[in-house]
Design a protein around this ligand. Structure first.
Ligand SMILES: NC(=O)c1ccc[n+]([C@@H]2O[C@H](COP(=O)([O-])OP(=O)(O)OC[C@H]3O[C@@H](n4cnc5c(N)ncnc54)[C@H](O)[C@@H]3O)[C@@H](O)[C@H]2O)c1
Ligand SMILES: [Zn+2]
Length: 372
């Protein structure tokens, strides 16, 4: 009998089984063999994750009968590009991996976005699985079927929707992750609570110590709850058409602008933290969210060591008018309207297309540290 997943996501007709299991990497072979044809399999990983975790995964996959080859990319966002994709296509061509072949991503969001893009496009789409190893990937990037590479002109400009057949989260991998990356990943987790689940937002407050100490039980619960929330949102809007998925953009309008302006000197999650605080203040200034809500969010971010102000040395890159121009550019790229995701209370959102520019400028300024 097939082992039953902790969570099953169904997007259209394609099922995706999600397992959250400490030491789960050692079980990947049998779990995957129940779900995809056992044959050629390319494991894509990066130069940090490969040396730490590939052996466990590859051993288990080979024992289950897969013929495994690896492709190790240089760690970092720069590898999420067409040139690296081309190298992987060449390896697949040289090995004659056919339509029944499988791609497995082992790594953070960079690896899963790139490997997913390969799986989506190789032979017009082959089977795919993800073993996320960062908190960002565990709670966000692994789920939803978005795959992409960057172009010099912008992030994620080339991509496809392609659902993995299986996601296997082994929370023990988080033990080796940088403290800063853990905190950055927690921003997306806090976001999930703030947009749809007030109780989960409070859970973050109560469990901060255990989560930051990376207690396995707390991390496993955190991951499962995040994936449930994201799955529920994504299932309702698999291809980003019916609107519900826009809620996931909470904190990302101003957040992306800060990320772009700082040329990625801040982590994505750190920018999202700043963007969530800006969006919360905007909600309060427009009379939607009581100011205690803003205080609660600021407290939560501080509790998790996330920034509430752009650091002084980056402030001159984030002049409010510059952030506004980036938001306006993104708006143009997406067809003309900035839909702000605002909060009516913690756990309840309102999406608004018409927010006055002055109100946005004011909250952009509010997340900048005072000039030195
Ligand atoms: N597809 C989506 O829906 C989605 C959602 C969110 C983010 N993303 C994408 O994800 C990417 C960011 O992902 P990320 O934050 O995971 O970055 P990442 O993949 O670059 O990983 C961050 C760093 O941690 C290292 N690392 C990974 N796992 C480790 C481990 N267990 N121990 C030690 N080091 C480890 C990596 O080598 C890297 O240096 C961006 O490209 C973003 O666009 C995609
Ligand atoms: Zn994000």
């Amino acid at each position: 009998m097939m082992s039953s997943p902790d969570l099953q996501l169904r997007v259209g007709t394609a099922p995706c089984d999600v397992f959250v299991r400490p030491e789960g990497l050692a079980e990947i072979g049998p779990l995957l063999a129940e779900r995809v044809p056992v044959g050629k399999l390319l494991l894509v990983t990066d130069s940090n994750v490969g040396p730490l975790y590939a052996e466990a995964a590859v051993g288990s996959l080979r024992a289950a009968g897969f013929a495994v080859k690896m492709h190790t990319i240089a760690a970092g966002e720069a590898s999420k590009c067409l040139a690296v994709a081309q190298k992987i296509y060449e390896q697949l061509a040289g090995w004659a991996l056919a339509r029944d072949g499988v791609v497995v991503a082992l790594g953070g969001g960079v690896v899963s976005d790139l490997a997913g893009f390969i799986a989506a496009t190789w032979m017009r789409g082959i089977r795919f699985a993800i073993c996320p190893t960062t908190l960002e990937a565990d709670v966000d990037a692994c789920l939803g079927g978005k795959t992409a590479v960057n172009l010099p002109g912008g992030k994620n400009l080339v991509g496809a929707f392609h659902q993995p057949r299986m996601i296997l989260v082994d929370p023990t991998c988080l033990g080796t992750l940088d403290e800063r990356d853990i905190r950055a990943g927690l921003a997306e987790s806090i976001k999930h609570g703030l947009i749809v689940d007030a109780e989960f937002a409070r859970w973050h407050e109560a469990q901060a110590e255990a989560v930051l100490a990376r207690a396995p039980a707390a991390l496993a619960e955190l991951v499962v709850r995040n994936l449930r929330i994201k799955a529920e949102i994504v299932e309702a809007d698999a291809h980003e058409q019916r609107g519900r998925r826009i809620l996931l953009n909470f904190g990302h309008t101003v957040g992306h602008a800060i990320e772009d302006a700082c040329a990625y000197a801040l982590r994505h999650g750190e920018c999202v933290a700043l963007g969530m605080l800006a969006a919360a203040r905007l909600s309060a200034n427009l009379g939607l969210l009581p100011t205690e809500g803003v205080d609660t969010i600021a407290r939560l971010l501080t509790l998790y060591g996330l920034p509430t102000q752009v650091p002084a040395e980056l402030v001159d890159r984030c002049a409010p008018d510059h952030l506004l121009s980036i938001i306006a550019r993104d708006k143009k790229a997406s067809g003309g309207k900035v839909h702000f995701v605002l909060l009516e209370e913690i756990g309840r959102t309102r999406v608004t297309p018409d927010v006055p520019t002055d109100a946005v400028r004011e909250v952009c300024a509010s997340v900048l540290a005072p000039a030195e």
